[in-house]
Ligand binder design. Sequence first.
Ligand code: NAP
Length: 242
Amino acid sequence: MSWALICGASGDIGSQIARDLAAKGWSLYLHYHHNQAKVTELVENLATTYPKQDFLPLQCDLTEVKNVEKLAQSIFGGLDAVIFAQGTTEYGLFSQLPPKKFAAMLNMQVQSPLRLLALLETKLAQSKAGRIVFIGSVYGGAGSSLEVAYSTIKGAQSAFCKAYSKEVASLDITVNTVAPGAVDTQMNQVFSENEKDEVCEEIPLGRFARPTEISYFVSMLLDEKASYLTGQTLYVTGGWLK
Ligand SMILES: NC(=O)c1ccc[n+]([C@@H]2O[C@H](COP(=O)([O-])OP(=O)(O)OC[C@H]3O[C@@H](n4cnc5c(N)ncnc54)[C@H](OP(=O)(O)O)[C@@H]3O)[C@@H](O)[C@H]2O)c1
């Protein structure tokens, strides 16, 4: 049986990735930070629908890099894939962003994932078909004013994928980023309907993505037939920006 760890499985994109992978026969470690209730419900639903697979919740605050040691130790058996679907942003001028907030964002989306991968590399290599997928952002390629820290972080994820994919290719591990544009999730609930409409006017497909339209590409990258694609950032944006 194949096992994947989904970081941010309590999020809207992460939980959809969990449902898609479960439907394809994967057993899952489902990470969350605050939203234990959502992951508990997800585990119950998946365990009922797919009784022969296993679904295990894991809690971790990724803003502290030291916390990933315990997270890595919780992966007790084999591991075939790691997906990073956790993330938050801060809106405002970069010059006004408190350094502590930037450090927390950077830890959560770059430093902790990279340390976790260093700790899990041997397990992924033992899989002989290891897969790593980051949920990045189109802003990592295009950049965005008022989300400079977030854009920097997402660009770092794509740059890491490029470099690390070369380092672990001989271990048959692929490393890719799926970079969405705007997705209809709770992350965008801070915007009014008018503000969302203005964004939609800039998107050639004229709407936000549904989480399933992002998770589809994660499932695709985890497919055994996707063994020759590595070091890439797939922009899933409805034609927006990139
Ligand atoms: N929505 C978009 O338009 C969009 C566009 C481009 C890229 N993305 C990226 O897609 C990914 C998923 O976003 P989403 O839209 O699904 O957002 P979401 O529904 O708000 O989910 C955010 C996830 O991040 C986790 N998280 C927050 N703080 C954390 C911390 N300190 N430590 C560990 N995990 C933490 C949350 O866990 P808890 O809820 O359990 O606290 C949750 O699982 C993110 O990387 C985001 O940057 C989103």
